[in-house]
Write a protein that binds this ligand. Structure first.
Ligand SMILES: [Fe+2]
Ligand SMILES: [Fe+2]
Length: 311
């Protein structure tokens, strides 16, 4: 007869615990998805034209805000810049979401198809799918061109989304979601901003809250259970992702398109104390969490500091 020792039972419990948690969390997130999901095509008035005298993005969150160049610009030109920056951020959002959809599909490929965890991942893919259509529609509505990231980063992400391991995928997901989310939380209640942009950001904030929860819980689990090499790789790839993210955040073509000198504008944004503060405040919730679960140890911290997102 085989006897099972106390220690075996404990080992089994430890191994199953995270899986049980994972199922319970996914169940709660599925509940929340059932209650708070939106169809942007029906929810928002896409026929309404842009309102005169309103911003497309809160001025304080526009990259050049409070720089010498900003002080020389007319109010009209500043608002124009906000229109192009909103489109640039929406383009970045779509890029991220398309990457994320692929990462999620890869994440569930080997997992039990009837689990809550997989069902929730599919729900999130459906959310992101609607978001990307919504952002695309918003860019078109605003009359601005779209702003793809530079080719080299577009291709770098092609590699990442194909080979990245689970913790690396969730860490970069959070990077993409949390900073934009922080900005959108300031945008949707702001009455100076276009009604349609407020509607888009409100939908995104509501649906994004559960995505952040899902990614955080999974990354926290992974940073305990993943082998050492994978945790090290996550620190490295996440730090590199932070650098790429801050380089790609605003496409410099926006400056040319409002009649500014691109190099001068980029240099002034880089030198802007206000901008550094905005980016670091936006990243704060995320960097605190990463610090807590050990993503910022060693080389990770150096890369994050270099990206300008960590003070
Ligand atoms: Fe999204
Ligand atoms: Fe998301």
């Amino acid at each position: 007869m085989t006897t099972v020792s106390e220690r075996d039972v404990q080992l089994l419990r430890d191994a199953l615990g995270p899986l049980r948690d994972r199922e319970q969390i996914a169940e709660r997130l599925l509940d929340s998805s059932a209650k708070h999901s939106f169809d942007p095509d029906k929810e928002l008035d896409w026929e309404a034209p842009a309102e005169d005298g309103k911003w497309f993005w809160p001025p304080e969150l526009v990259s050049l805000y409070d720089t010498p160049l900003w002080r020389k610009m007319s109010e009209e030109q500043r608002m124009e810049l906000s229109r192009h920056e909103a489109a640039s951020l929406a383009s970045l959002g779509i890029w991220f979401e398309i990457i994320l959809m692929q990462l999620l599909v890869r994440h569930i490929y080997d997992r039990p198809v009837t689990s809550n965890h997989v069902r929730y991942a599919l729900t999130e893919i459906a959310d992101e799918c609607r978001h990307s259509m919504m952002f695309g529609r918003m860019i078109k509505w605003s009359g601005s061109p779209d702003y793809p990231v530079p080719r080299v980063y577009h291709n770098l992400a092609r590699v990442l989304k194909t080979i990245s391991t689970t913790p690396g995928s969730f860490a970069s997901t959070l990077l993409g979601e949390e900073i934009l989310d922080w900005m959108q939380r300031l945008t949707f209640p702001d009455e100076r901003v276009q009604t349609l942009v407020r509607g888009v950001t409100r939908i995104h904030v509501v649906e994004e809250a559960r995505h952040v929860r899902y990614a955080r819980e999974e990354l926290r689990r992974q940073m305990v259970t993943a082998p050492r090499w994978e945790r090290e790789l996550t620190r490295l790839s996440c730090g590199e992702a932070a650098r790429v993210f801050s380089v790609c955040f605003i496409n410099p073509r926006v400056y040319e398109n409002v009649g500014l000198d691109r190099h001068e504008a980029v240099a002034q944004v880089k030198a802007s104390g206000h901008r550094a503060e905005v980016m670091q405040s936006g990243a704060k919730r995320l960097t605190d969490f990463f610090d807590d679960i050990g993503v910022l140890n060693g080389v990770g911290r150096r890369l994050w500091k270099r990206s300008g997102l960590l003070a």
